[in-house]
Write a protein that binds this ligand. Sequence first.
Ligand code: BG6
Length: 504
Amino acid sequence: MSEITRPLTPQACTLVIFGGSGDLARRKLVPAVYNLLLDGVLPDNYAVLATGRKPLSDADFRETAREGIAKYSRQAIKDSVWSHFEQRLFYVSGAIDDPKAYTDIRARLERIEAALKLPANRIFYLAIPPTSIAAAVEGLQKAGLVQPPTDPTQFSRVIVEKPIGNDLASAREINTTVARVFDESQIFRIDHYLGKETVQNLLVLRFANSIFEPIWNHKYIDHVQITVSEAEGVGTRATYYEEAGALRDMVQNHILQLLCLVAMEPPYSLDPDVVRNARMEVLRCLRPIAGKDVEKYTVRAQYSVGKVHGVDVPGYRREAGIKPDSTTETYVALKLFVENWRWSGVPFYLRTGKALTKRASEVAVHFKEIPQILFNADPEVPLASNVLTLKIQPDEGLSFRIISKVPGSKAKTHPVEMNFRYGEAFGAPSPEAYERLLLDVTAGDASLFMRRDAVEASWAWITKILDGWKAYGTKWLPEYAAGTMGPVEADRLIQSDGRNWHPL
Ligand code: BG6
């Protein structure tokens, strides 16, 4: 096995989690640190200091952490490891808008660092609503908790969770606020899709194999489909989702980043900024969808009553906390173009939605049809084309559709799938996205994080669509029954080009 050399190594530090008594900390962040410890990749010395409004003691927090790990961790609790780990978990309560909270955090940090002989390297994870970001970064600064990036003896880094804004203007405002306190080199904007193993494998697949790069362009590729399908409905996140909708929640970040990885030019090194520049170039090349084109190239829809996996699902407007006349889209499909030489004329079809038939995310690269000769001579029954499908989740792997001869004396052909499954090939389940991302922050490696210019470029593109939707009203908000694969309008979007959605 050859190892991808990481340019940077993880360093001893304390992870300070704002929103420390919340869901993200319990389900994802603390289990991620625990798994890194089990895998032996955490720096030798570390601590986690959670902070939140809830008045919890260290012991209370440790108990919640243990429950969270038992329920959500990739690997089970090992008592011998846990007894060491829990000694490194701390909690301090305080409100984000209260200056005293920050002096308390500072005092607590200094005590922990002295006791554990930790350097004053601090990572501040802002798992809080965007409206609280300004108060948090200013509080940190006033309490003297932010060191300049040039300080060689200690580092201060900040991790910013999504949503970063709800349009270009608000994203800029958040970025400006954070930039008043932290240097861009200290800011890590999370898009957890970039931490998924299968998403990282996109780069390896494209640039560690010789056969793909020569055919990865408009000469050989007919079109690309990116699907992120979710079976879950809105769940308990009504307040957030009502304001967001599928375009902001999934396309602005996760799906556009997938697109960047599929469409980017080969970076000349794995240096974080070289990779991020290559991804950024794709965003710069997106043909804007604005004005009347919004109706032509986008479909938005909302789920109505139906069944998912045999379970009744109420229509979106009937879900708890949702306005009965809500026009928030829970599904979106788009057709877009990357305007550069490589992708000239190749449509990219994107779709995502909640309460669909099943949970499945994939990128399907459809190659061009072969000429109408030999095995494809009958125009009534054209041969299926080759499709390379990168399965992001849940059955991680990739499959390649090829045409094969059916055994027998007749010259009959049939499409067959060549399959590779991570689980089968490598045995162990892949690490969670947050594990990889947290580890990268301890090493100061920002390759898998969103740079300010990329966040703003993707919002700029998305905001044009949002403006178009506003201008053309919500009169064309179609519905789809929960448990189906979306509205007929989305089928028409792709069928009018003589193509079909790739079955999941
Ligand atoms: C989040 C969205 O960013 O990603 C959720 O806010 C969505 O609405 C989730 O369900 C999907 O993530 P994953 O890793 O389960 O595909």
